[in-house]
Write a protein that binds this ligand. Structure first.
Ligand code: MG
Length: 231
């Protein structure tokens, strides 16, 4: 490549760590452990409804309209309520179980470790994540990712989320990187790619499901192994 990159900033959830599959695994366990077959016909139905409710609540959280506690408290309560089992205590118990077990799941996207081994020798690697502090460190450690990264930038610590330019600027100052010698890799066009564009950093849009879109992208990949061609 013509450009001399020195720093690579990765998103974590749905870019390296397989959020959806890891989450599904724990939701399946919850369905069994909490006897949800009494109120929901299948784990798939439970998972589908939970994901729908969780996504809507995450949107409110991203917009700053609810806080983390409200998000965590409501998502299982609302799901159970949908199936006529709106019990605050059970919802809280399930919520705690989920937060305890989901970050300990270790499924990564294909080629994550191979690609990181390759990139680690050539660049300084960092993480910028909008996920919650206490779970992100567990994910990194449990899935064997921790040692690849120099600086881990958490929106909760910085005070703003991607795509706010300040989180990227903070990432640059903490890592000693500059926009001109850095590239961002992430699956969320708005948070990761638009965010990088706003601070004039190059970017790779990771689109594993090949979702159709008309967004402006610099590089787009469907598999992490395609990074060998770019970097
Ligand atoms: Mg992501």
């Amino acid at each position: 490549m013509s450009k001399e990159y020195q720093h690579i900033f990765f998103d974590l959830d749905r870019t390296l760590w397989h959020f959806d599959e890891n989450s599904k695994k724990v939701l399946n366990d919850i369905y069994i452990k909490f006897n949800l077959s009494e109120v929901v016909d299948s784990p798939e139905e439970f998972i589908c409804k939970y994901q729908e409710i969780n996504e809507a609540l995450w949107k409110l959280y991203r917009e700053g309209r609810i806080n983390k506690e409200e998000l965590r408290g409501k998502r299982f309560y609302d799901t159970l309520k949908h199936f006529n089992k709106g019990n605050v205590e059970v919802a809280e118990e399930i919520g705690s179980y989920y937060i305890k077990h989901s970050p300990r799941q270790t499924l990564l996207f294909p080629y994550a470790i191979e690609v990181l081994d390759y990139l680690f020798k050539k660049y300084k690697l960092h993480i910028i994540t909008n996920g919650f502090e206490e779970v992100q460190y567990i994910k990194l450690k449990e899935s064997g990712l921790e040692d690849y990264f120099n600086v881990i930038i958490l929106s909760e610590k910085v005070g703003v989320k991607k795509p706010h330019p300040y989180i990227f600027k903070k990432a640059f100052s903490l890592s000693g990187a500059k926009a001109v010698n850095s590239i961002m890799i992430g699956d969320d066009w708005y948070a990761d790619i638009y965010g990088a564009q706003r601070v004039k950093m190059d970017s790779v849009y990771f689109n594993p499901n090949k979702t159709e879109h008309e967004n402006l992208v610099q590089y787009e990949i469907n598999c992490l192994s395609e990074l060998y061609n770019i970097l």
